[in-house]
Design a protein around this ligand. Structure first.
Ligand code: HEM
Length: 454
């Protein structure tokens, strides 16, 4: 009997020691050496060696309660940041507006933080991989091709044609799973805007092999354009090829190719998810549906004659509130990444050099201090709501803010204009659970019955 108890005790002591050692491992491994007098690290724990707190993070997100992870970490010493260890990296999570603004607006001390696998896929000359002056130069030379009013005007007409074709096709089919269908549509729209590709063109962008093939294809398109073939197309590629900096220098082919790929990847998935969620919330909130329909009826005649302009869309107040509210509550990019380039003091603590910094937009947008009753979909909250800088950042902010925000909003508005006036839909699984990673979406992809109004 005594022997058995001793064995049991020995086992318990071993487990306890192993656990204590495991906890100490990360503490020792990532112990920072701050200059004398510097503030300490933000509160938190690094969890287990190698795994850190990744399993708990995945449990929260995959278990349908993504906010539990950060809510559990906001104790009395909390100053808007906590430390943790996620996906193999010691990490500081920023979850309140003030420090988020400080990080977003400070690209000298906070550099590119995307995971290496991601930047490798995008190519070394994409501005998602670049930093500092070269990042600024690349943005100066490429972003206007996407955002200037002439480009948006040309894109709008294609968006409306492609949208109408898609919606008519859905009516003929009766039942559709919206997400994959919208992904095809937003991909066709971006491919047309960037390269004048017609819908159905065989363009694949996922994976290294697809990227290699796309690069070869882009190389030959660029060569043809330089030789004058389709050189008058009003697409983003031609505008980029003509763009010049102050010294008269232009973009290298590799810079153009990597930027086109970045626009393609970043430009269609998030927008497609946003459209699904706008449909989802409008169906759940009949009053908002009705209000949007009434607003859109003002533009009905112009819409039917194809003369709706970019400024018409920008002037649609309720549409814009619906989009802002959807992006706030859904958080398509739940967080973004930076890396501390040196020790940085922030909110009475120090972020160690080399650590990953994650900005948790989800936590910021669901903070009741800025947005009372944050989980309720209420487009009218935006009538008097002017959040301070850093408190509403669905497109990020600062030097790395999203260059496609106007393009995305225009696309969502153009589609919803036609959809709300001429069609209606009924979800087939109204209680479908939500999947939160990589972008939040209804698990069934939002399967609906789709009808044309009489
Ligand atoms: C609803 C749709 C969209 C959302 C919610 C969204 C959100 C974001 C966010 C949060 C960032 C990161 C900012 C940061 O790290 O600070 C970003 C970056 C970026 N987005 Fe978007 N985006 C959307 C649509 C688009 C579109 C349509 C395009 C292009 C056509 C685009 C191209 C990019 C690019 C290239 C970057 C990287 C910018 C840089 O590093 O300088 N996005 N976006």
């Amino acid at each position: 009997m005594m022997e058995l108890m001793m064995m049991l005790l020995g086992g318990l002591v071993t487990i306890f020691c192993a656990y204590a050692l495991a906890l100490a491992f990360n503490v020792v491994r990532y112990r920072p050496f701050f200059k004398p007098g510097a503030a300490g690290m933000p509160p938190g724990s690094l969890g287990l060696p190698l795994l850190g707190q990744t399993l708990e993070f995945l449990r929260c997100f995959n278990g349908g309660n993504p906010d539990l992870f950060w809510r559990k970490r906001t104790g009395s010493h909390f100053k808007g940041l906590f430390r943790t260890h996620l996906f193999g990296q010691p990490t500081i999570c920023v979850i309140t507006p003030e420090p988020a603004k400080s990080v977003l607006m400070n690209d000298k001390q906070f550099g590119v933080g995307w995971p290496k696998s991601f930047t490798k896929l995008l190519g070394g000359k994409s501005f998602l991989s670049m930093a500092g002056e070269s990042h600024k130069r690349l943005r100066r030379l490429t972003v206007p091709s996407l955002t200037n009013s002439n480009s948006l005007k040309c894109m709008l007409s294609d968006m409306q044609t492609l949208t109408n074709d898609t919606l008519n096709n859905w009516v003929n089919r009766g039942e559709v799973v919206v997400l994959p269908e919208i992904l095809k549509l937003t991909f066709n729209i971006i491919a047309k805007a960037l390269l004048s590709c017609e819908p159905g063109a065989d363009v694949d962008i996922f994976g290294m092999e697809a990227r290699r093939k796309l690069n070869l294809r882009l190389q030959s398109i660029i060569k043809e354009r330089r030789e004058g073939v389709h050189a008058s197309n009003l697409d983003v590629l031609n505008t980029m090829m003509q763009s010049k900096d102050e010294d008269g220098g232009g973009l290298e082919d590799e810079e153009i190719m990597d930027t086109i790929l970045a626009f393609m990847l970043a430009g269609h998935e998030t927008t497609a998810h946003a459209i699904v969620w706008v449909m989802y919330f409008l169906h759940k909130h009949p009053q908002a549906w009705q209000k949007l329909k009434e607003e859109q009826q003002i533009y009905e005649l112009k819409g039917r004659t194809g003369s709706l302009s970019v400024s018409d869309f920008k002037g649609m107040d309720f549409m814009s509130r619906v989009i802002d509210e959807t992006l706030r509550i859904v958080n398509l990019s739940p967080f973004t990444f930076r890396k501390a380039l040196e020790d940085v003091e922030l909110n009475e603590s120090t972020i160690p050099k080399g650590w990953s910094v994650q900005l948790w937009f989800r936590a910021i947008h669901l903070d009741p201090a800025t947005f009372p009753d944050p989980y309720t979909f209420n487009p009218d909250r935006w009538i008097d709501c002017k959040p301070k800088l850093g408190a509403y950042v669905p497109f990020g902010a600062g030097a790395r803010g999203c260059p496609g925000s106007d393009f995305a909003k225009l696309q969502i508005s153009a589609l919803m204009h036609h959809m709300i006036l001429s069609y209606r839909w009924e979800p087939i699984n109204p209680q479908a659970k939500i999947k939160y990673l990589p972008h939040p979406r209804p698990r069934d992809g939002y399967a609906v019955r789709f009808f044309k109004n009489e």
